[in-house]
Design a protein around this ligand. Structure first.
Ligand code: FAD
Length: 301
């Protein structure tokens, strides 16, 4: 029943005025400009949380657009340093041209990593849909051989994730964020059962923590997974430098506050940019479940 309602919300989307979509999205998006995002980071830092900046946009179709994306990230790295903020950046490779010109994308990524070195910062490569999983992990391998200012993301819903993580760990220094995964993927390659995804998340997190992964990003708002992550951190006596919880802006604010109050490192993912409308509506169409989250949050204040 819930999925029918979510799909109905998505079907009605074109009829909803932009201003209303903005009003709803505002909770999850820092604003349209870098300045909006930096002000948001300042507030999060004051509450004891770090942040990661995400410039909205994906599936870039030409080189100038990819370069424009790079410029915003370059400015972000400069401003984070200049203002003494505690934040890094998360990039989507398809925004930086991966699907049109992988070599060009790689050169942009390299320049961002060089800036991260210059400004004592860090670049996280978000993981997109399964059409780019392998190429993204290959690029991560290449980049981490050059610099330790780079990390990647693995998705617990992919059946291949545990094996990929074991391989990455056996090859050397590994810095990963683990999340469930947001794209709709076929059953042959992805777990579709909620509990199977949770099991895969737990197993992958344990694998990372037991095998010396650098600071692991535990990206989830699922209270059961947060609880079991806390248990494994305690059991393995993982120091605070080796893990951080990560949550999306506007989501599970009570839980994130509790984690911070208990002394756990927590990073908030802060999306911003002119592409907010395309991003919000595409995400809703791709995964109608999000529509449910949005509406639930809308009415719970
Ligand atoms: C910091 C961070 C980085 C991420 N990076 C990636 C990435 O690189 N690649 C990728 O595929 N996915 C990424 N994700 C998305 C992640 O895979 C999704 O958030 C996932 O679908 C939701 O999983 P969950 O663990 O929160 O559990 P769920 O069981 O889906 O959600 C738990 C509860 O959290 C709330 N919630 C979850 N998501 C939202 C939302 N979007 N809006 C409002 N409420 C919500 C709901 O109340 C829900 O009941 C990232 C998530 C986070 C937090």
């Amino acid at each position: 029943m819930e999925s029918v309602i979510n799909k109905a919300i998505v079907a009605l989307l074109p009829l909803i005025p932009r201003s209303m979509v903005w009003w709803v999205s505002r909770r999850y998006i820092a604003g349209k400009t870098l300045e909006d995002a930096l002000l948001c980071v300042e507030k999060l830092n004051a509450q004891g949380m770090s942040a990661t900046l995400d410039v909205l946009g994906e599936d870039t179709t030409d080189h100038p657009a990819a370069l424009a994306g790079e410029q915003i990230y370059q400015s972000a790295l400069r401003e984070i340093s200049g203002r003494g903020l505690n934040a890094n950046i998360s990039v989507k490779l398809s925004m930086l041209g991966l699907k049109i010109d992988p070599a060009f994308c790689q050169s942009i990524l390299l320049r961002l990593i060089q800036s991260a070195e210059l400004y004592d910062n860090y670049v996280r490569m978000d993981m997109e849909d399964s059409s780019v999983t392998a190429v993204t992990l290959e690029l991560y391998r290449k980049m981490r051989a050059k610099s330790d200012r780079i990390g990647a993301v693995v998705q617990a819903y992919l059946r291949s994730t545990e094996a990929s993580v074991a391989e990455l760990l056996s090859e050397g220094v590994t810095n990963l964020r683990i999340c469930k995964g947001i794209y709709i993927e076929p059953e042959e390659i992805a777990f579709t059962d909620f509990y199977e995804v949770q099991d895969s998340f737990r197993a992958t997190l344990r694998l990372l923590l037991e095998n010396g992964a650098q600071r692991v990003g535990i990206a989830t708002h699922d209270p059961e997974l947060v609880l079991s992550s806390l248990e494994v951190i305690k059991e393995l006596e993982i120091p605070k430098e080796r893990y951080e919880f990560q949550m999306l802006l506007g989501v599970a604010e009570k839980m994130r506050g509790d984690l911070v109050a208990d002394g756990h490192p927590l990073r908030v993912y802060v999306p911003f940019g002119e592409e907010w409308y395309a991003y919000s509506t595409r995400r809703l169409r791709e995964n109608p479940q999000i529509a449910g989250h949005v509406v639930k949050n809308l009415f719970s204040g």
